[in-house]
Write a protein that binds this ligand. Sequence first.
Ligand code: CA
Ligand code: CA
Length: 437
Amino acid sequence: MRTQICHGRVIASLVGCTALVLGVTGTAAAHDQHRDPARQVLGANDGWGSYGTGTTGGAAADAAHVYTVTDWDGFKAALADGGSAPKIIKVKGVIDADGPSCDSFQVPGYDFDAYLATYDPAVWGHDKTLDDEPDDSPEGLRRASAANQDAYIKATVPANTTIIGVGRNAGFNGASLQIKDVDNVIVRNLAFESPLDCFPQWDPTDTADGNWNSEYDSAVVYGSTHVWMDHDTFTDGDHPDSTLPSYYGRIYEQHDGELDIVKGADYVTASWNVFEDHDKTILIGNSDSASTAAVDRGHLKVTFHHNLFSNLVERAPRVRFGQVDSYNNHFVAKDGYGYSYGIGMESQLVAQHNAFTLPDGIGAGTILKRWNDSPLTADDNYVNGKRVDLIAVHNAEVPTEILRSGAGWTPTLRTRIDPVRAVPGIVDHRAGAGRLH
Ligand code: CA
Ligand code: CA
């Protein structure tokens, strides 16, 4: 039996490396690819992203389709160049994607004070939305301003692309990666500071008190297949929700998700990432509606392993419809913790071999949140070093929201499973951007 370097690990067979050595042969070529993380592909059996044709991103790029970018315009130009030919985009340094200022996106006539005065609940009430407001209204001017920001901070990723940070300090401030309706994308070694929506929309009808709602996830996988998110960091960084103001007595929420996976997206592996300091973190499936169900049912297959989920409020992830496998992750809860796994409509979550670190006063029963009566599989999970049956403790603590056991499927696309007691040490030291080899 030959020994081969595969995805940074020594394994005792070539079988797992067939995708890696695509187009080249032998140990030397594999060694070269090992040295250049930009050429690495998702290993065989490494989660749902490895299903079928697997995830190779831009590993096969020719020299003309390898780009190194240092600013937002250059990044967007590289994305737009070369169609769906395999490409590698190397990101050097931390790129500002948020424009010079929020003011720079405003259309003439937009005035936030006028907006606040017009839609004050004392004036407008809570009965109707702002959807029918005309273009020259404060809401219409907000919409137009928001469209400017939308066009600027979103970057559309084509098929067969690898985007990778160079070295230990690469990423984006305020970017929103759109991985939309394409196949085969790899995003590695990048730190994403969450975008701030400059123009949150007031929805008077969202809860009895109304809510400020924001757009822009750091990355969204929308209708795409074969996506590998690896060694990335997602955080609110310098703009935590605690620094945001309130208007009408409601927090002026300027963040949306860190990584949302929606609209029939499929075959995603998220490994060795850090998701931290955020509220609504990962949404898998964004609606219970019949039209969304028709698109999502049978899809939304996602694997999470060796990720650190730290200081989050909720959605790590919240799941609808998908067969989601979550193993060997470390969850660290702090003040303001809501829940980790959201059990939504027709979800089929398998959560095994995970470690949870909860502070005093937060019960293990809050790890799971039942949005829907969808059975899940949860075993060999540890809370503060002790093995805990997450479903049983949830049902004991929240008897009005009983959860049932049995996701109805068994994950097979896993590589190494680490003993849970070792997971915090392994994940805390190796997950996130800047820690790729
Ligand atoms: Ca800036
Ligand atoms: Ca979102």
